[in-house]
Design a protein around this ligand. Structure first.
Ligand code: BMP
Length: 259
């Protein structure tokens, strides 16, 4: 019998509960590509079965859902949900309200519990609809504040003046403030930029968790990010492409524990 457990009311609490239960701050990024959907599904199911005890969240890239199809995706989401592991879709939503609403509804019908959004879309006529829909259903919205790749500096790293005669401010700090104002459930800051993690932490304090991707192949370091204030580590290839994904997940879970 699957172990269905009492779940907390908010996404933030549900992921914190899963982290406590599994003693892990690892969110597995399941980015599945190449091969037919049946084989991909078998591989991802095996991978998920082995790694579920060591993770606190599951992030499915848009490409994973496109490659697997909705029926198989739903089965993976159910596997995670049976262990009280919240599932996030990483689509970095960035459209007008009506389009966003349709996308969000389709994801929520699949059973996904959280999603990522791109704050460049803005609130009015853009992301407002996502937050309203999500929060009415106790789902989570995670806002990009500074991405992990080098080119992120061009947008998230620019300095902007928000009013005439005002002082230029870093875009990412404005986004961190917006995440608070919008009542987001978390923010993304790349582990590749521990100094930015620290700065964002100083804006958010303990009010919003910081999710950091970018470890391993992208060059980020788990310990440095953790010291800077990362709450959850989004880890993909270092686990999914490891010769023994279960062992790799167990190792990252251990490393992610707070001292
Ligand atoms: P990997 O550990 O294999 O580099 O995967 C990182 C995951 O986090 C990928 O799914 C990627 O799309 C996502 N991601 C990222 O790498 N940087 C960001 O700034 C935001 C992301 O969502």
């Amino acid at each position: 019998m699957p172990r269905r457990e009492a779940t907390a009311a908010t996404f933030k609490d549900r992921i914190a509960q899963a982290a406590q239960k599994h003693n892990s701050r690892v969110v597995l990024a399941l980015d599945i590509n190449g091969g037919g959907p049946d084989r991909l599904f078998r591989d991802s199911r095996k991978l998920l079965r082995g790694t579920l005890p060591y993770i606190c969240g599951l992030k499915l890239g848009r490409q994973t859902i496109l490659n697997l199809g909705t029926r198989r995706t739903r089965q993976l989401i159910t596997m995670a949900r049976d262990e009280a592991i919240p599932t996030i879709v990483d689509d970095k939503l960035n459209d007008i309200d009506e389009t966003n609403r349709q996308i969000v509804d389709a994801y929520f019908r699949l059973g996904l519990e959280g999603l990522t959004v791109n704050p460049f879309a803005g609130w009015r006529g853009g992301l407002e609809s996502v937050f309203r829909r999500a929060h009415n259903l106790s789902k989570g919205v995670i806002v990009l504040v500074y991405m992990s790749h080098p080119g992120a500096v061009e947008g998230y790293g620019q300095r902007v003046v928000t009013r005439r005669g005002g002082k230029p401010q870093p875009q990412y700090k404005l986004f961190a403030k917006k995440a608070l104002e919008w009542k987001a459930d978390g923010v993304v800051v790349g582990a590749t930029r521990p100094k930015i993690v620290q700065e964002v932490w100083s804006v958010l304090g303990n009010r919003l968790p910081i999710y950091s991707p970018g470890l391993g192949p992208q060059g980020g370091d788990l310990r440095k990010a953790s010291r800077a204030g990362t709450d959850y580590f989004i880890i993909g290839r270092s686990i999914t492409r490891a010769s023994d994904p279960e062992k790799a997940a167990a190792r990252y879970a251990r490393e992610s524990r707070r001292p």
